[in-house]
Design a protein around this ligand. Structure first.
Ligand SMILES: [Zn+2]
Length: 228
């Protein structure tokens, strides 16, 4: 039997990942209230575990924690978009330069396999799985670059991007496998300039998509979101 502390940590991870996935999968709208007691019931977790998960989500700015008024899914203004993408271009360019110097054959193989899996998800029409992999692609690249400080910034920016997309268009920006493949092949050639160029173009493509679509209806009750 796990000790109560371990059990609590596992429950906290479960709640954290469920909320993160629900945002990335477009099931939780920006501005949705996250009621501690209701979440504890839905997940069969203690309120302490839920509070821990919400605090962590607050650190990555996915959730806004308001004193005495509880937590809501962050609802950033679309005015934040150009700043966020500028920050991503700066950091992801630095990651490309670093990776083009240091990438190992094993990492190249892993990135190629990852992009192939991403492509298969889109090919079979599983857009949600594809999008989840697309978001993870950027995190994986960041981890491989091996700079912990840059990686923490990236985690924040990666969490914030789909919220902006949702707040603005009701859809997560499509971040296709084709662009990612070009980034990986530039890295495989250890061509830093090409890798930076490919990544910069890719981020511009994603940013452009944030202005195209209208806001659809999204379910609002937590029970409806998490019972799916
Ligand atoms: Zn991407």
């Amino acid at each position: 039997m796990p000790r109560p502390q371990e059990r609590n940590a596992r429950a906290e991870d479960r709640v954290f990942n469920a909320i993160l996935d629900a945002v990335l999968d477009h099931r939780l709208a920006p501005g949705t209230k996250l009621k501690e007691r209701e979440l504890a019931e839905i997940f069969g977790a203690s309120r302490g575990a839920v509070r821990g998960a919400l605090t962590r989500l607050g650190h990555s700015l996915l959730v806004e924690l308001r004193p005495n008024r509880g937590a809501v899914i962050a609802n950033p203004s679309s005015a934040e978009t150009p700043d966020l993408f500028e920050a991503r271009r700066v950091i992801e360019s630095a990651l490309m330069q670093r990776l083009a110097r240091n990438i190992t054959a094993k990492q190249i193989a892993e990135l190629r396999a990852f992009v192939a899996e991403e492509q298969r998800a889109y090919d079979r029409g599983d857009r949600k799985a594809g999008q989840r992999l697309s978001i993870r692609f950027h995190k994986l690249v960041s981890e491989f670059a091996g700079n912990a400080a840059l990686d923490r910034f990236m985690e924040h920016l990666i969490c914030r991007t789909p919220l902006l997309a949702l707040a603005r268009t009701g859809r997560i920006a499509y971040c296709g496998a084709a662009d990612h493949r070009e980034v990986v092949e530039a890295l495989a050639k250890r061509d830093a300039a090409a890798a930076v160029r490919r990544m910069t173009e890719h981020l511009a493509n994603v940013e452009r998509q944030l202005v195209r679509e209208d806001q659809p209806e999204m379910p609002q009750t937590l029970a409806a979101v998490f019972s799916a």
